[in-house]
Design a protein around this ligand. Structure first.
Ligand code: CA2
Length: 146
């Protein structure tokens, strides 16, 4: 059994409370529940963490080096400029799936850059909650291949 770290960045604690036209009505707890259920179907578990602080997200990525076999991360707006996340993720040995609820490439130009994508195993965007289930599938496939 593997632990999958599910990491969320800033403002994602507000899911379901504002901007439903972009992010839908599901809450962060809903996302965690669906991701956990997908992992449990494969005999794995999810350790979920959300923070609005870049340094705490770096710390969580460092902790995952010892505590988790894989990372699924939605870094929120940090995606687009937080090079400290890039460097922290580069030091993680295991699959990393970047996931976004919306499709940043279909939004404002400043969202078209991801500093996380170059160190991610893969990126999934624009598929809402389904993207999180796909992220688990991707992680499981890669863990089983190791
Ligand atoms: O689509 C995604 O998952 C994003 O990572 C969400 C980030 C955004 O900055 C990225 O470009 C794409 C923003 C999350 C903000 O979430 C809110 C949810 C409800 C109300 C307000 C903000």
């Amino acid at each position: 059994m593997a632990v999958i770290a599910l990491l969320h960045g800033p403002n994602l604690n507000l899911l379901g409370q504002r901007e439903p036209h972009i992010y839908g009505s599901a809450t962060l707890d809903d996302y965690v529940a669906v991701t956990s259920a997908a992992a449990e179907r494969h005999g794995h578990s999810v350790a979920a963490f959300q923070t609005n602080h870049e340094g705490r997200l770096v710390d969580a990525i460092h902790a995952a080096r010892a505590d988790a076999a894989a990372i699924i991360i939605n870094p929120g707006a940090f995606t687009h400029y937080a090079w400290a996340l890039h460097d922290a993720l580069a030091a993680f040995n295991g699959p990393i799936i970047e996931v976004h609820i919306s499709n940043p490439n279909a939004r404002e130009p400043w969202r078209h850059t991801s500093v996380v994508a170059p160190v991610a195993t893969g990126s999934i965007m624009g598929l809402g909650m389904h993207g999180y289930e796909l992220a688990v599938e991707a992680v499981v496939r890669r863990l089983e291949a190791q």
